[in-house]
Each structure stands twice: as structure tokens, then as C-alpha cells.
Design a protein around this ligand. Structure first.
Ligand SMILES: [Zn+2]
Length: 238
């Protein structure tokens, strides 16, 4: 005996539900939460890294400037020293002026050297942070690559499975009457995952709600017609 429309619809629904779950997984892969998290983490690291590089460049030019400043002062001190020790015709007052100018320049040089040290410290701190970010970035990049490879393989496998169901669905639909297919499709188009359920132990298998005995009796009497669950609206196989 060939299978009835309802039996075929139940089979079709099984395959359709399998396809739904594959499609659900495919869309979850397409918009993968963890992958998105990793990618936004990566973007965050990228902008922090860019900021550190910019700060580093600014520090480098500040260090060059302060080094030049120090060099100028050192040259000035050298000139003053030369004046002090090699010029014989200086009177004590001039000597005093030169000596105090040398002291002044040496104090300035100390200040400049301190400033340079501070800048060098900041620069090496920045470099350590940058190295940390680069390391983090390469770790996350590797995670992203691995995850993408994994997801791409899973997605390819799912697509093959999905395509494999195509013939089965077409064959089943070819055997079911237009009228039944129309109803089945209409219920499924409302977003309900299950369009057809069975009456099992007095319950609808689609919504698990008890069906009143009077209702069961009524449906059993009209078994050959299409019956629907009053609770969830799906076709009910008695
Ligand atoms: Zn139901």
C-alpha cells in the first residue's frame, strides 16, 4: 500500500526540520558571536597600537630635540671652560662672571639630562606596551585564523548535507497532493517549526498539550479529513 499524504507530510517535515537546523547553524556560523568578539578585540588592539606608535614617534622627536639641547649646552660649557683656562688677560671680575655662567649652564645641563632620562623611560615603557600589544595581536590573529578554518570546514560540510536533501524533498513533495502541500507550507510560512503533529497518548506531539476526549472522538470519526490541533494550529494525524 502506498503511503498516505499525512505519512508523507510527516516524512517531509522531518527532512525540512533537519534542513532548518542546518540553516540555523549556517547562519550562526555566518554571524559567529565569538569570532565577532575576537575581531572587535583585534580592532581595539589595532587602535591602541596606533596610539602607542604615535606617542612613540612623538617621544622620539622630543628625545632628539632634548639631545640637541644638551649638546648645545655642553658645547657652550666647553667654550666657557676654554675661555676660563686659556685666556690669560681676564680680570677677576670676568673670571667670576665666566665661572658663574659655567655653573648656570651645568645646572641647565642637569635639568636637560633629567628630562632626557624621563623621556627615555617613557619611551621604553611605550615600547614594552607595544610589544605586549603585538604579542596579543598575533595570538588573537592565530585564534581568528583557526576558528575561521574550523567554521569554513563545518559550513562546507553543512552545505553539502543541505544540497543532499534537495532530491529527497523534491521526491516527497512530488508524491503529496497539492492541497496538503499548500496547507503544510502555509503553516510553516508562519514561522512555526512544526506544521504537522500526531495524536499520541491524548496529546498533540507538536505542542504537547492534552486534547479533550470529545475532540479526540470527533477527530477519530473524521480520520480521513484534515484535523488540526486547537492549541497550536498544526495538522494533527490521528
Ligand atoms: Zn498542538
Amino acid at each position: 500500500m502506498s503511503e498516505s499524504n499525512l505519512e508523507l507530510l510527516l516524512k517531509l517535515q522531518e527532512v525540512d526540520c533537519e534542513c532548518d537546523s542546518i540553516e540555523f547553524r549556517l547562519s550562526a556560523i555566518k554571524n559567529h558571536k565569538y569570532l565577532n568578539e575576537l575581531e572587535s578585540k583585534m580592532a581595539g588592539l589595532g587602535s591602541q597600537k596606533a596610539m602607542l606608535i604615535k606617542t612613540g614617534q612623538r617621544l622620539d622627536s622630543d628625545i632628539t630635540a632634548i639631545e640637541e639641547k644638551g649638546e648645545l649646552i655642553r658645547r657652550k660649557i666647553g667654550d666657557l671652560d676654554a675661555k676660563l683656562y686659556h685666556q690669560r688677560d681676564l680680570n677677576p671680575k670676568d673670571l667670576q662672571v665666566i665661572a658663574s655662567e659655567i655653573e648656570h649652564q651645568k645646572r641647565l645641563l642637569d635639568e636637560v639630562d633629567d628630562e632626557e632620562l624621563q623621556l627615555l623611560d617613557k619611551s621604553s615603557e611605550g615600547e614594552s606596551s607595544l610589544n605586549y600589544f603585538l604579542l596579543e595581536e598575533s595570538k588573537i590573529l592565530a585564534q581568528i585564523e583557526n576558528l575561521k578554518t574550523e567554521l569554513n570546514a563545518e559550513s562546507a560540510g553543512l552545505k553539502v548535507r543541505l544540497a543532499g536533501f534537495g532530491d529527497e524533498i523534491a521526491e516527497l513533495r512530488g508524491k503529496i497532493s497539492e492541497e496538503y502541500l499548500k496547507i503544510y507550507d502555509k503553516i510553516r510560512s508562519t514561522g512555526k517549526p512544526v506544521a504537522i503533529g500526531q495524536l499520541l497518548n491524548g496529546k498533540c506531539t507538536a505542542c504537547s498539550v492534552d486534547i479533550a476526549t470529545a475532540e479526540i472522538n470527533k477527530m477519530t470519526a473524521s480520520k480521513d479529513e484534515l484535523n488540526y490541533c486547537e492549541q497550536c494550529g498544526c495538522i494533527l494525524v490521528i
